[in-house]
Design a protein around this ligand. Structure first.
Ligand code: NDP
Length: 444
C-alpha cells in the first residue's frame, strides 16, 4: 500500500469531504509500514475496505416548532466497521454536521473502539439540526422525529448510538423513549441513558475523567506530578466539565474554558464552586461562557481560542480543528509539556506535526478520549446483565481501560530514542485488531 496513492484515490472519489480525508491521511501515514509487512492485507484490499464505511443512511427529519412552523433537517448514521462488535458511536446535533464530518468521526471511532479492549465496532450519526435556543418541547419533537427514521437501522447487537456535541442525557432519553416505543423492546439500544432507565454511573464523567487518567499515565513516564500544573481547557460542555472536575480534584489549576463564542481566562484557577456555576450555566440555563467572566471579574476574549494563554498542559475538549499550527507553536513557546485531546481531532495536521517534532507528551483523541465509549461499553454490559455496578466499580474499570490503552500506545509507539509517539501507537494498535478480525472473516 502506498498511503499517498490511497489518499489521492479517496480524494477523487469523495472530493467534498475534507475532514474525512484529513482523518484517513493521519491514520494511513502512520500505519503504512506495519501494513506493508503483511502482504495478505494488500491482497485482500483491506485498506479500502477499512477506509470506506460499510454503509451510510441519510434521511429527512421533519419537525414542528412551538409556533407551528414546519422544518426539515438532514439526519445520518454512518455504520463504518463492525468487524469486532456492533457499530458504536455517538450522535451529534450541530449546524456544521455534514457527511464528511460524520465519516471522519466514524472512521476514528473504529480505531478508538478497538483500543478500548471491548468488543465494539465503529459508527457515528447526527443531524445539522441546531439545538441552540430551542425549547424543551422542540428538542423532544426533533429527537422523536430523528428516531422515527433511525430506529430500523439500530439495535442492541447491531448499532448502539450515544451522545456527542449537542446530544446529552436529555436528548438520549428522548431518543431512547421513542426507540423503545417503536421497537417494542427495552434492551438499552442507546448509551448515556439516565440512571433510572438503565444508564451507567460514571458515564457522564467518563470522557473527561478518562482523559485525565490517560494524562496521568503519560506524566508518569516522565515522573511529572499533576499537582500545581496550570492547565488550559477548551469547551465547556460534557467533556470539558468533567475534565476540569477531575483536574481540580487532583490539585491542578485550570485557567481557561470556552464555548463557540469565546474563552475565559481566570488566573486564580477555576475552583469547585466556580465549576458548579459553569455546570449550572451550561446544563440548566444553556448560557454563554462570557457570563462567567462577568460574574467572577476575569478576562473574556470574544471569537478566540485559549491557546495563547500560558499553561503547562493543554486539553482541547470542544471540537475538531480547534488548535492549529500557530497555536501549537505558541503553546510550546509558553512551555507547554503535554497535550491530551478530549475532543475528536481538535489538532490540525500542522499542530500534530509540531507537537511530534517537539517530542512533548501528545495524546490523540482516539486514545485519550476513549474513556467515554469504554464506559458506554460497560453500560451495554450492565444492560445485557440486567444489573448496575457501583460508581467505584465503573471508575476502577475505566482506570484499567485507560491504562491498557496507554500500554498499547507504548507498545506500538515507542521510538528508538525512548520517547513515545502516541499517534503512531494508537493508530497501529487500533488498526491491527480490526485488520486481524477482518482478515479472519473473509472478503465481505
Ligand atoms: P457538548 O455539546 O457537551 O460541548 C461542546 C462544547 O464545545 C461546548 O462548549 C460548545 O460550545 C463547544 N463547541 C462546539 N462546537 C464548537 C465550535 N465549532 N467552535 C468552538 N466551540 C465549539 O459536547 P461534548 O463535550 O460531548 O463533546 C466535545 C468534544 O468531545 C467533541 O469533539 C466530541 O466529539 C468529543 N467526544 C465526546 C464524547 C462524549 O462522551 N460526550 C466522547 C469522546 C469524544 P457551545 O456551548 O457554544 O455550543
Amino acid at each position: 500500500m502506498k498511503a499517498n496513492e490511497v489518499i489521492d484515490n479517496l480524494k477523487r472519489r469523495f472530493p467534498n469531504e475534507p475532514e474525512y480525508i484529513q482523518a484517513v491521511e493521519e491514520v494511513l501515514t502512520t500505519i503504512e509500514d506495519v501494513y506493508n509487512q503483511h502482504p495478505e492485507f494488500e491482497k485482500s484490499n483491506l485498506i479500502e475496505r477499512l477506509c470506506i464505511p460499510d454503509r451510510i443512511f441519510s434521511f429527512r427529519v421533519t419537525w414542528q416548532d412551538d409556533k407551528g412552523a414546519v422544518h426539515t433537517n438532514m439526519g445520518y448514521r454512518v455504520q463504518h466497521n463492525n468487524a469486532i462488535g456492533p457499530y458504536k458511536g455517538g450522535i451529534r446535533f450541530h449546524s456544521s454536521v455534514t457527511p464528511s464530518i460524520l465519516k471522519f468521526l466514524a472512521f476514528e471511532q473504529t480505531f478508538k473502539n478497538s483500543l478500548t479492549t471491548l468488543p465494539m465496532g465503529g459508527g457515528k450519526g447526527g443531524s445539522d439540526f441546531n439545538p441552540k435556543g430551542k425549547s424543551n418541547a422542540e428538542i423532544m419533537r426533533f429527537c422523536q422525529a430523528f428516531v422515527m427514521e433511525l430506529w430500523r437501522y439500530i439495535g442492541p447487537e447491531t448499532d448502539v448510538p450515544a451522545g456527542d456535541i449537542g446530544v446529552g442525557g436529555r436528548e438520549v432519553s428522548f431518543m431512547y423513549g421513542m426507540y423503545k416505543k417503536l421497537a417494542r423492546e427495552n434492551t438499552g439500544t442507546f448509551t448515556g441513558k439516565s440512571l433510572e432507565m438503565g444508564g451507567s454511573l460514571i458515564r457522564p464523567e467518563a470522557t473527561g475523567y478518562g482523559n485525565v487518567y490517560f494524562l496521568l499515565e503519560m506524566l508518569k513516564t516522565k515522573n511529572i506530578d499533576i499537582k500545581g500544573k496550570v492547565v488550559a481547557v477548551s469547551g465547556s460542555g460534557n467533556v470539558a466539565q468533567y475534565t476540569v472536575e477531575k483536574l481540580i480534584e487532583l490539585g491542578a489549576k485550570v485557567v481557561t474554558m470556552s464555548d463557540s463564542n469565546g474563552y475565559i481566562y481566570d488566573p486564580d484557577g477555576i475552583d469547585r464552586e466556580k465549576l458548579d456555576y459553569i455546570m449550572e450555566l451550561k446544563n440548566l440555563y444553556r448560557g454563554r461562557i462570557k457570563e462567567y467572566a462577568e460574574k467572577y471579574g476575569c478576562k473574556y476574549v470574544e471569537g478566540a481560542r485559549p491557546w495563547g494563554e500560558k499553561c503547562d498542559i493543554a486539553m482541547p475538549s470542544a471540537t475538531q480543528n480547534e488548535l492549529n499550527g500557530e497555536d501549537a507553536k505558541t503553546l510550546l513557546a509558553n512551555g507547554c509539556i503535554a497535550v491530551s485531546e478530549g475532543a475528536n481531532m481538535p489538532s490540525t495536521p500542522e499542530a500534530i506535526n509540531t507537537f511530534l517534532a517537539a517530542k512533548i507528551l501528545y495524546a490523540p483523541g482516539k486514545a485519550a478520549n476513549a474513556g467515554g465509549v469504554s464506559t458506554s461499553g460497560l453500560e451495554m454490559t450492565q444492560n445485557a446483565m440486567h444489573l448496575g455496578w457501583s460508581a467505584e466499580e465503573v471508575d476502577q474499570k475505566l482506570k484499567g481501560i485507560m491504562k491498557s490503552i496507554h500500554e498499547q500506545c507504548v507498545k506500538y509507539g515507542k521510538q528508538e530514542d525512548g520517547t513515545i509517539n502516541y499517534v503512531k501507537g494508537a493508530n497501529v494498535a487500533g488498526f491491527m485488531k480490526v485488520a486481524k478480525a477482518m482478515m479472519a472473516q473473509g472478503i465481505l
